[in-house]
Design a protein around this ligand. Sequence first.
Ligand SMILES: [Zn+2]
Length: 73
Amino acid sequence: MPLRCEKPGCRWTAIAPSSAAAREQYREHLKDEHTTEVDAEIPEGMVQVKVDGEWKTMTPEEAKSFHEDGHGD
Ligand SMILES: [Zn+2]
């Protein structure tokens, strides 16, 4: 099922093989086209972590383990 942008007047639709990938694309789209809205998209208790130049939303535990995986430079 295609994921569509909910912003008024925006016709963006995700083209992705999975709903998870679609949500990822939607988040990218929000960041690129509706920057001021991004913060409102972060669920309570979640954090955003910048991964390879992209903002990912994850739980604090996931963010912690992600950093422990040694992606930093
Ligand atoms: Zn949009």
